[in-house]
Design a protein. Structure first.
Length: 466
């Protein structure tokens, strides 16, 4: 394998922590810096603040020797050849990305630089951020020759971040100098050469030594734009299929048949065409808004994205109306709610459509039994336990005596629930499914009144017409 580098990763959120663990996994020495002392202590004690597949094994493997956690940014920068900025870029009130954390880190880096370093922005940021980082570094005393700024956007999904990092579709690097490009190539060489995939402990995935990922070199601004355009396009795909699902509902057509037919066109592809209650999470809502803002700054109205947001917002309200029409009145009803995370496989509830829908139900006077395999602790801060809100420890306990069951996140274990037992536990056999986890005909055959998204609703015992 290639010569290992010393890499500092600033910020230990989802992106920073996964990237740090993966850099260690491919052979580099990593110093992970965060200003949250409690988080650093937890990581040093062997704890992991997020729910992410493969992360515990990988950190366990590399904690001694390859990766360290610290609050000492200055010390980390001094040792590192490359510094990755992976701090948060939350949405500001105006809709743009709040870059104050990036600014603060760039300022701190400038004060610690004592030799050539590659400064890499990994956080999702608007085009031109790269130039700003360069300017901030220079303003704070770093000489032009002491650094290059590179854009290396991530395309990690929460829950599968490790696999996405180690088995990427592509690695994008935005660079303006050959010197920086060389360092970036060296960092990713274990992946691009395919050498990593032959290691006995390699995390399995779609890539192999025979089909390693390509490294795409482009300008820094193009790399920044690629990240925003990718997320905006994916969000658009989801809103598009949700709009089609609403037509399917009205026309009595199954949206999954339509999505399968549309997705078979190689120019479109089958992924991200799952209709449901809309996209959420810490990325799509923020990035679509930020990309619109970028467009505005560049003198263009990207109205298409406004429509994407509008459809996404409407989707939750439409689903809420479905619940109401299945139950007639809501006040005093007790509902079993499955899923609080913004999608299955994560404990993240940021911008979760599930949370919003529960809030609408509470406002209408419903009581809810909440269950999520990973997100309940986080949810308690927003949906406080009380007379209307109960947290339970399994699916069947949630269903006990409930007037209906709602499925709001696509956890694998929900899709494999014992439907006969679910029906027995429920007061009424009504399932309202915001993630299309079940086959409508099967549900009807099992005696459920089953309502989903973009698929004809069937009363219990009715066969779908073909
Ligand atoms: C997303 C992108 O998929 C990553 O490539 C990107 O790196 C990341 O944002 C980021 O910018 O950091 P993530 O937010 O983890 O990743 O989640 P996704 O798996 O993309 O799902 C986003 C939302 O869309 C979820 O609420 C999900 O339930 C929903 N979704 C997804 C659908 O409703 N339908 C689909 O077909 C796919």
């Amino acid at each position: 394998m290639t010569q290992p580098l010393v890499i500092a990763v600033v910020g230990s959120g989802y992106v920073g922590l996964v990237s740090a663990a993966c850099f260690a996994e491919i052979g580099h020495r990593v110093i992970c810096v965060d200003n949250d002392e409690e988080k650093v202590r937890l990581l040093n004690d062997g704890g992991i603040p997020i729910h992410e597949e493969y992360l515990p094994e990988m950190l366990g493997r590399h904690r001694v020797g390859n990766i360290e956690f610290t609050t000492d940014l200055h010390g980390a920068i001094k040792q590192a050849q490359a510094v990755f900025i992976a701090v948060g870029t939350p949405q500001s009130d105006a809709g743009d990305a709040d870059l104050s954390y990036v600014d603060a880190v760039a300022t701190a880096i400038a004060r610690s630089i004592d030799g050539y370093k590659v400064i890499v922005e990994k956080s999702t940021v608007p085009v031109y951020t790269n130039e700003w980082i360069r300017r901030i570094l220079e303003r704070n005393g770093a000489s032009k020759e002491a650094f290059d700024v590179v854009s290396n956007p991530e395309f990690l999904r929460e829950g599968t971040g490790v696999t996405d990092f180690l088995h990427p579709n592509r690695i994008v690097i935005g660079v303006e100098s050959e010197r920086a490009a060389k360092v970036m190539r060296q960092i990713y060489e274990p992946l691009t050469s395919g050498a990593y995939y032959d290691l006995p402990h390699a995390v399995p995935g779609s890539r192999s030594a025979a089909s390693p990922p390509p490294l795409m070199k482009m300008s820094t601004k193009a790399a920044e734009m690629t990240k925003h355009a990718t997320n905006a396009f994916l969000a658009m795909k989801i809103s598009f299929i949700n709009a089609v699902a609403n037509l399917c509902d009205a026309a009595g057509v199954n949206v999954e048949e339509v999505a399968a037919g549309v997705g078979m066109d190689e120019r479109i592809g089958p992924k991200f065409l799952r209709a449901g209650i809309g996209y959420g999470g810490s990325c799509f809502p923020k990035d679509v808004a930020a990309f619109r803002w970028v467009a505005e700054q560049l003198g263009h109205q990207f109205d298409l994205l406004a429509e994407v947001e509008k459809i996404n917002c409407e989707q939750k309200k439409l689903f809420f109306r479905k619940i109401r029409s299945a139950l007639w009145t809501l006040r005093g009803k007790r509902l079993a709610v499955f899923g609080l995370a913004f999608k299955g496989g994560t404990d993240d509830i940021r911008e979760s459509p599930a949370i919003e829908i529960v809030q609408m139900l509470l406002k209408e006077g419903c009581c809810v039994n909440l269950f999520d395999p990973a997100a309940m602790e986080r949810a308690k801060a927003i949906l406080e336990p009380g007379s209307q809100v109960a947290y339970v420890s399994d699916i069947y306990e949630a269903a006990k005596g409930a007037h209906a069951a709602l499925f709001l996140s696509d956890w694998q274990e929900f899709a494999s629930v014992d439907l006969d037992r679910l029906r027995q536990e429920l007061r009424h056999p009504i399932v309202i499914d915001g993630r299309n986890l079940f086959d409508p005909e099967l549900m009807s055959g099992k005696g459920f009144t089953y309502v989903s998204v973009g698929r004809p609703s069937l009363a219990a015992g009715v066969k779908a017409p073909h």
